[in-house]
Design a protein around this ligand. Structure first.
Ligand SMILES: CCCCCCCCCC/C=C/CC(=O)SCCNC(=O)CCNC(=O)[C@H](O)C(C)(C)COP(=O)(O)OP(=O)(O)OC[C@H]1O[C@@H](n2cnc3c(N)ncnc32)[C@H](O)[C@@H]1OP(=O)(O)O
Length: 291
C-alpha cells in the first residue's frame, strides 16, 4: 500500500489536480478488482469442507484452478478438516476435464507448469488423509472423471449426466495414473472395457459397474449423502484410517512418485506433435460449431 500511495502521490503531484486522499485510493483499488477465485471452500460446523469448483462455464481444469485446488487441500490438511466434499458451482457440469486451451498451441514453459500442477494436485487429492467425497452434480468427462475417481466415494446426480474417461474417443491415451484410478474403482476388467472404448457412462450405468457409489436426484441430496459417508469416520481411529488409505492406494502413489518426470516428458512430447495439435484445433472448432 505504501508503494501504491507513493506512486499515486507522485502521479498526483504531476497532475496537480489529484491528491492521494482516501477517496482517491478507494477509487483506484476499486478499478483493480482481485481476480475471481476459481475454487471456494466452506467449512461447516462439523468441520467438513465443501470445496466448490467455480470456473464457468464448464470448470475446465486450467493451471490456475488446479493450483487453487492443490492449495485448498493443503490448507484443509493443516486445519485438520474432518472431510472434503468436492463439487461444482454449475448446474450441469462437474468438470469438463483438462482445459484444452492449455494444450493448444502452448508455450513450452506454460505446458510444463500445467502438467506438473495437475500431477501435484492429483497426488494431493488422491493421497490426502482426509476422507474425500465427490458430489458429482453434472457431466464429468476425462479429467473431470479423474477428479471424482481420486475421491474415496462418489455420489452423482442422475439420471441425465454422464461420466467416464473418454480419451480414446478423442484419439489420445489416458495416462497410466488415470487408468489406475479407474481400476481402483471398477476393477481391471471393467476398466479395460471402459478405457479402450473411451465410454461415457450414464449415471445408472456408472452405478451398475461401481464407477459411482450412489445416484441421487439433486445436489442437496448429494451433499447430504457425502456428509453421511464422512460422518462414519468419527468412530474410526484416524491413524489406522490414514495408514490403510495410504497402503491401499500405494500403486497410484508409488507410480506418481517414481514416474512424474517421465510422465511429464511423455505428455510434453505428445502434445506438441503436429497431428495432436491439429486434432485439438479441430476439437475446439467442433465444440464451438455444436452450439
Ligand atoms: C483432446 C485432448 C488432447 C490432449 C493430447 C495430450 C494427451 C495427454 C493426455 C491428456 C489427458 C486429457 C484428459 C482431458 O481431460 S482432455 C479434455 C476432455 N474433455 C472433454 O472432451 C469434454 C469436452 N466438453 C464437453 O463435452 C462439453 O463441454 C460438456 C462438458 C458436456 C458441457 O456441455 P455444454 O453444452 O454445457 O457446454 P459447451 O460444450 O457449450 O461448452 C461451453 C464452452 O466451454 C468450452 N469447453 C468445453 N469443454 C472444454 C475443455 N475441456 N477445455 C476448454 N474449453 C472447453 C466450449 O468450447 C465452449 O466454449 P465457447 O463458449 O467459447 O464456445
Amino acid at each position: 500500500m505504501a508503494v501504491v500511495c507513493r506512486n499515486l502521490r507522485a502521479f498526483a503531484q504531476k497532475t496537480s489536480s489529484l491528491r492521494c486522499t482516501p477517496n482517491f485510493l478507494r477509487l483506484y483499488s476499486q478499478s483493480k478488482p482481485a481476480p475471481p477465485k476459481l475454487v471456494t471452500v466452506d467449512v461447516d460446523k462439523a468441520g467438513v469442507a465443501t470445496v466448490t469448483l467455480d470456473r464457468p462455464p464448464v470448470n475446465s481444469l486450467n493451471t490456475g484452478l488446479l493450483e487453487e485446488l492443490g492449495v485448498a487441500i493443503k490448507d484443509l490438511e493443516a486445519n485438520k478438516t474432518r472431510g472434503i466434499i468436492l463439487t461444482s458451482s454449475s448446474n450441469s457440469v462437474f468438470s469438463a476435464g483438462l482445459d484444452i486451451l492449455e494444450m493448444y498451441e502452448p508455450k513450452k514453459q506454460n505446458l510444463s507448469l500445467f502438467w506438473t500442477t495437475l500431477q501435484n494436485t492429483w497426488l494431493s487429492l488422491y493421497r490426502t488423509s482426509i476422507p474425500t467425497v465427490a458430489a458429482i452434480n453434472g457431466h464429468a468427462p476425462a479429467g473431470g472423471c479423474l477428479l471424482a475417481l481420486s475421491c474415496e466415494y462418489r455420489v452423482m446426480v442422475g439420471p441425465k449426466f454422464t461420466i467416464g474417461l473418454n480419451e480414446t474417443q478423442l484419439g489420445i491415451v489416458a495416462p497410466q495414473w488415470f487408468m489406475i484410478c479407474m481400476k481402483d474403482a471398477v476393477g481391471r476388467r471393467q476398466a479395460e472395457m471402459a478405457l479402450t472404448a473411451g465410454k461415457m457412462f450414464s449415471t445408472q450405468e456408472a452405478l451398475n459397474i461401481g464407477l459411482i457409489d450412489k445416484m441421487v436426484s439433486n445436489k442437496e441430496e448429494a451433499i447430504a449423502e457425502a456428509q453421511k459417508f464422512i460422518a462414519q469416520f468419527a468412530k474410526i481411529p484416524p491413524l489406522a484410517r490414514r495408514m490403510t488409505k495410504e497402503s491401499i492406494r500405494q500403486e497410484g502413489i508409488k507410480y506418481m512418485e517414481e514416474n512424474a518426470i517421465d510422465d511429464l516428458k511423455a505428455f510434453m512430447d505428445l502434445v506438441v506433435q503436429p497431428n495432436i495439435q491439429k486434432g485439438l484445433g479441430m476439437y475446439l472448432e467442433a465444440m464451438k460449431k455444436s452450439k
